[in-house]
Design a binder for this molecule. Structure first.
Ligand SMILES: [Zn+2]
Length: 211
């Protein structure tokens, strides 16, 4: 499991928390109250496997693949600043937050997924985050139009053999089909602690009823 950092500098309130991994019934990420135009930073080193504009769902969003089949999703951006195939370091700017897609106000929907590809199960990012990211250097100087990057080139940062087969999707809206839409999320959500409490109780209940 790679070390994950908060996807921005400073602190922003949480509008809505993770309630479960089933997007049909739950909120699958964290909504941060980031004002429009807040720089959004890669949570860990990795490769951009989706950089897409939608008019619905996640709006403008980016997915970064990390080591250990871990993915991070950054949704409702006003601007994408990392192209498909770009390699990024932790703390590197990949876009600006916004209010695009199915969003009721400026915020960042941040998601962590685990699995074979970016359609893997969402997990609660909150216990995984290790504070603000380090100041990005080195790779951050690379041009952002790295869509044609040679992904077999070793970087020493991540296991590219593990990632190369994931970078196969075109930079189009159609490519977003396997990233399931969350329910509506936005800046007018309810109290996060209440939601997390409810989710925990549900989980405990479910565990209790298992054979
Ligand atoms: Zn959300």
């Amino acid at each position: 499991m790679p070390t994950l950092y908060t996807p921005f500098r400073g602190t922003y309130g949480i509008v809505r928390g993770f309630t479960g991994s089933d997007y049909r019934r739950h909120h699958t990420g964290i909504d941060y109250r980031t004002p429009h135009g807040t720089p959004i930073l890669a949570s860990a080193a990795g490769t951009v496997v989706k950089s897409v504009d939608l008019t619905y769902s996640y709006g403008r969003f980016i997915v970064v693949a990390h080591a250990d089949r871990t993915f991070t999703v950054y949704a409702h951006l006003s601007l994408r600043q990392a192209a498909l195939g770009a390699r990024v370091v932790a703390g590197q700017r990949i876009g600006l937050s916004g209010n695009t897609g199915n969003s009721s106000g400026p915020h960042l929907h941040f998601e962590v997924r685990r699995g074979r590809n970016s359609s893997g199960a969402s997990v609660n990012p909150r216990p995984l985050l290790r504070g603000n990211p380090p100041v990005a250097t080195a790779l951050a100087e690379l041009p952002e139009t790295a869509a044609t990057a040679d992904l077999t080139e070793p970087t020493g940062l991540i296991d590219l053999a593990d990632l190369a087969d994931l970078v196969d999707e075109p930079d189009t809206a159609e490519a977003a089909g396997d990233v399931p839409a969350a329910g509506p999320c936005g800046s007018t959500g309810s109290d996060i602690e209440e939601e997390e409490q409810a989710a925990q109780e549900q989980a405990a209940e479910a565990e209790g009823t298992l054979p």
